[in-house]
Design a protein around this ligand. Structure first.
Ligand SMILES: [Zn+2]
Length: 165
């Protein structure tokens, strides 16, 4: 019985490949090889040799690995994913409330203080430097003036004296 190494050759290898491509079974290929090359071989030897030549083992293994990886990926895609936790740094969603009705109503504006001399002269009647008695001249004043014409003259006279000093 010839050893495996004696029946292989580049010509036989090429013939095995060619016969496989025609769709023959390994048993049929073995018979063809025996008939053509007068070497001993059989179905299992052709099968092993074909796998060695063609790298079918490696190819099938790689194909199976690709298929397995694809199955795992598909299975992982079907499995429910763990709920994503909110990062701690993310602030809670801001809820914007409509402004309160009271905020839309303008606050009541206090009326401006009545100007001294509101029609009445605001010239103080208490002596300069004395405790205020809150008594004022109270004579009729021209519109927009805090003093009557007489007191206004005194105020301005005093003002000019102070500036001249
Ligand atoms: Zn006055």
């Amino acid at each position: 019985m010839a050893s495996v190494s004696t029946w292989t050759s580049p010509e036989i290898d090429a013939r095995i490949v060619a016969l496989k491509q025609t769709g023959l079974s390994h048993a049929q290929i073995a018979r063809e090889i025996v008939a053509e090359f007068r070497v001993f071989t059989n179905k299992n030897m052709v099968l092993r040799r074909a796998r060695t030549i063609l790298g079918i083992d490696r190819g099938e293994k790689a194909a199976n690995e690709r298929l397995e990886a694809k199955r795992k990926a598909e299975k992982a895609a079907l499995e429910p994913k763990a709920p994503k936790t909110r990062p701690m740094a993310m602030p809670p969603p801001t809820v914007t409330l409509p402004p309160l009705a009271s905020a839309l109503v303008p606050l009541p504006v206090p009326p401006p203080p009545a100007p001294l001399g509101n029609g009445k002269c605001a010239f103080p009647l208490w002596p300069n430097g004395a405790a205020p008695s809150h008594e004022y001249c109270s004579k009729q004043t021209p519109l927009g003036s805090s003093w009557c014409a007489e007191c206004r003259a005194v105020v301005w006279h005093t003002y000019r004296q102070a500036r001249a000093a």
